[in-house]
Design a protein around this ligand. Structure first.
Ligand SMILES: C[S@@+](CC[C@H](N)C(=O)[O-])C[C@H]1O[C@@H](n2cnc3c(N)ncnc32)[C@H](O)[C@@H]1O
Length: 134
């Protein structure tokens, strides 16, 4: 069981709109993915994905044969990520609302624990369009 992240989620929900317009954060996240250099077909988990800047860049890098899961506790941040993913047509990106520190992965999403979807088994991930669970 993870710790109480409701305060963190509320704080980031409140600033989600500002965050999503931050050029600095986009550049930072894209540089991070550039350094990590994920290849086509790879599976990537972006913990605390926020508005999805790094997850979007990773999804572009891994392409349609890869898979990226972004997890975050703040539904408002994830909503921006989801809209950006839909606009970019990045069907390899899945967005899940959950606590990344919760080993059970069920703090905020009993339907979609991130470890079951993100990491080991691509066929365990459903759907081809970006979505937010939880
Ligand atoms: C400063 S933002 C960074 C977002 C993104 N990684 C980026 O580089 O743009 C921090 C994010 O971490 C999320 N967060 C904090 N604690 C978390 C946790 N335990 N599990 C999942 N997300 C968490 C917040 O909701 C927030 O969206």
């Amino acid at each position: 069981m993870g710790h109480d992240v409701s305060g963190v989620a509320a704080a980031f929900d409140a600033r989600a709109g500002t965050y999503a317009r931050s050029d600095w954060h986009v550049r930072y996240a894209e540089r991070l993915v550039e350094l990590a250099a994920p290849s086509p077909g790879m599976h990537v988990l972006d913990a605390a994905t926020g508005t999805g800047f790094a997850a979007l860049a990773a999804a572009r890098a891994v392409g349609p044969t890869g898979r990226v899961v972004g997890v975050d506790v703040a539904a408002g941040m994830l909503d921006h990520a989801r809209r950006a993913a839909v606009a970019a047509g990045l069907g390899s990106l899945e967005l899940v609302r959950t606590d990344a520190t919760d080993p059970a992965g069920s703090a905020a999403s009993s339907r979609s624990p991130p470890c079951g979807r993100a990491i080991p088994h691509p066929r365990g991930c459903s759907g081809s369009t970006p979505r937010v669970t939880g």
